[in-house]
Design a protein around this ligand. Structure first.
Ligand code: SF4
Length: 346
């Protein structure tokens, strides 16, 4: 994996105003994304994980510039795109493409696969003659492992997994540097999920793509990512290399999420950390640590001071006051790591 930085996001914020009152003015904000920073290198997958409503899809849509940002910086291939007017974004759309969750609504039912794939090729001027366009479409079908003659069929003639392959082919048609996969396998059956994840991994290796993989499914993420960023209520609370994050989490929220991931060993279970309390509203995030209302380790300081995301060793970032104390006092590090199993009988 190359160290060439393709995408860099700094202090990204996206607040959605709430309109109300007699005059329809702004009466508050939904703090969907509230200061998120990360980068992705060429050929690398960064997974953004967290419960539904944590802001991870809003990060993806912000990076794609599907709406204006509240503040922050997004740099794609050394070019700032956060402040670019919509009219100038066309060449940027070629560099960054998306695969959405629902392969049924993502494809125009009135277009044959040939026309769906020809559209980006023509829009970005990647082939001129009919023969060149047809050849490129054939190559895309090969890449996503669908038969070439299927280009004459309509979307409804394909299964969910096959439709997602067509969505991936359409994203690849633009020859992008980055692909955002927004819950791209969540709607698929388990066996199909694995096939699509394997396909994405193969394509990434072959083409050197950078990938932002947005998912709530840590079991899938564990198999295919290089690094992981965990989001809670609009912020990244932990970011680390896959092995470090799954092997020794340094944030209680990550620990709780991991404890719910099934263990692929018969008869073995992870020690489950059950979170109590509701997820607070992103309209009124709690003061101090946003996770304090559900954290089993919360103490006084957590209710007042907001922890900063900082390097706790070897590029492992965590936003938790427990990392400030003596290592010996840290209940997270004193526990067995979640990868250590105990059997049902134990
Ligand atoms: Fe829990 Fe406090 Fe750490 Fe927040 S800062 S995760 S409340 S221990």
């Amino acid at each position: 994996m190359s160290g060439q930085r393709i995408l860099e996001v700094s202090d990204l914020k996206k607040h959605f105003p709430i309109r109300g009152g007699l005059m329809g003015g702004t009466v508050g904000n939904v703090y969907a994304v509230d200061g998120v920073s990360f980068h992705i290198n060429k050929g690398e997958t960064l997974s953004l994980v967290g419960e539904s409503g944590c802001g991870k899809s809003t990060v993806g849509k912000s990076v794609l510039r599907l709406f204006p940002l509240t503040s922050g910086q997004v740099v794609l291939n050394n070019q700032r795109i956060d402040d670019m007017p919509a009219a100038s974004l066309r060449p940027i759309r070629k560099q960054i493409q998306v695969v959405f969750q629902d392969p049924f609504s993502s494809l125009n039912p009135r277009m044959r696969v040939r026309d769906i794939l020809a559209e980006p090729i023509k829009n970005f001027g990647l082939a001129k003659t009919r023969a060149d366009i047809d050849e490129r479409i054939g190559q895309l079908m090969d890449k996503v492992r669908l038969p070439r003659d299927a280009v004459n069929r309509w979307p409804h003639e394909f299964s969910g997994g096959q439709r997602q392959r067509i969505c991936i082919a359409r994203a690849l048609a633009a020859e992008p540097d980055v692909i955002v996969c927004d819950e791209a396998v969540s709607a698929l059956d388990v066996s199909v999920k694995a096939q699509i994840v394997n396909l994405l991994q193969d394509l990434q290796e072959e083409l050197g793509l950078a990938m932002l993989f947005i998912s709530h499914d840590l079991a899938i993420v564990e198999h295919m990512t290089h690094r992981v960023a965990v989001m809670y209520l609009g912020k990244i609370v932990e970011l680390a290399d896959r092995k470090q994050l799954f092997g020794q989490p340094r944030h209680p929220y990550t620990e709780a999420l991991l404890s719910a991931v099934p263990v692929p060993v018969p008869g073995a279970v992870r020690e489950r950390v059950v979170l109590t309390g509701d997820v607070p509203s992103p309209i009124r995030p709690p003061p101090g640590c946003r996770f304090h209302t559900r954290c089993p380790y919360a103490f006084d300081r957590c209710r007042k001071d907001e922890p900063v995301l900082r390097d706790v060793g070897e590029g492992h970032f965590s936003a938790c006051h427990l990392n400030d104390g003596a290592v010996a006092d840290n209940p997270l590090l004193n526990k067995l790591p979640p990868t250590a199993f105990r059997t049902e009988a134990a």
